[in-house]
Design a protein around this ligand. Structure first.
Ligand code: ZN
Length: 211
C-alpha cells in the first residue's frame, strides 16, 4: 500500500526531516524575555526558555509525523457505503500569524467507496495537521484532502469550530469569537441530502463550544 499512497500523502502532508532545533528556540526565548525588559535569570524564568523549547517540540510535532506510517496499518477494503462520522474531536493548534493557540472541535465524515480507515486514526490525522503553524481554513482543507486522497471515497466533509486566542486577548476583545470553517467534497458538496444529514448529525446533542 505504501507505494500507492506515498507520493500523494507526502505532497499533502509535507513531512519535515530532522529534529527541531531546541537550542535556537531556547536562545530566541531568552532574547524575547530580555527584550521585554525581564530578568532572564530570576527564579521563575530560569528554566522558561527550556520549557518553551520542549513545548514547541510537542505543539509542532505534526510536521514530523509520518502520514504514511500513521495510517498504513489501518486501511481496510470493505463493502460498506454508509456515512462514517467522527464528531467532537478536540484539537489544539497554533495560528501562524501570532503563534497563539486556537482550540476547538473537529467533525469529520466520509462516504466510503470500498475502503475504510480505522476510526481511531481520524483524530490522529486531525492532530497531525493541527500540530503545525496553521490558519483554520487550511487546516480544515488539509484534513479533507488527506482523507480524499487516502480513501478515494464518495465524499468527505470536515467542519471545524474554534476559538482563537489572538482574537480573544488582543485589541477589541471578543470573548465569544468562535470561527467555523468547513470543506465539503464529492457527495457532501453535490448532494444536499447527504450534506444535511451530516450537518444535522453534528448539530444534534452537541454541547456548546466553550473554553
Ligand atoms: Zn492569530
Amino acid at each position: 500500500m505504501k507505494g500507492e499512497f506515498a507520493n500523494h500523502l507526502y505532497t499533502n502532508a509535507t513531512l519535515l526531516e530532522g529534529e527541531i532545533d531546541e537550542d535556537r528556540i531556547r536562545s530566541a526565548v531568552a532574547n524575547i524575555l530580555s527584550a521585554v525588559g525581564e530578568d532572564v535569570h530570576r527564579d521563575g524564568l530560569q528554566r522558561t526558555p527550556d520549557r518553551v523549547a520542549r513545548m514547541y517540540g510537542e505543539l509542532l510535532a505534526g510536521y514530523r509525523t509520518d502520514p504514511v506510517a500513521l495510517v498504513n496499518d489501518a486501511l481496510f477494503e470493505v463493502n460498506y457505503d454508509e456515512m462514517v462520522i467522527v464528531r467532537d474531536i478536540e484539537f489544539y493548534s497554533l495560528c501562524e500569524h501570532h503563534m497563539l493557540p486556537f482550540v476547538g472541535r473537529a467533525h469529520v465524515a466520509y462516504m466510503p467507496k470500498g475502503r475504510v480507515l480505522g476510526l481511531s486514526k481520524i483524530p490522529r490525522i486531525v492532530d497531525m495537521f493541527a500540530r503545525r503553524l496553521q490558519v483554520q481554513e487550511r487546516l480544515t482543507r488539509q484534513i479533507a484532502d488527506f482523507l480524499d486522497e487516502l480513501l478515494h471515497p464518495m465524499g468527505v466533509a470536515v467542519v471545524l469550530e474554534a476559538f482563537h486566542m489572538c482574537a480573544m486577548i488582543r485589541g477589541v476583545k471578543k470573548h465569544d469569537a468562535r470561527m467555523v470553517t468547513s470543506t465539503m467534497l464529492g457527495a457532501f458538496r453535490n448532494n444536499s441530502a447527504t450534506r444535511n444529514e451530516f450537518l444535522a448529525n453534528i448539530g444534534r446533542g452537541s454541547e456548546p463550544l466553550h473554553i
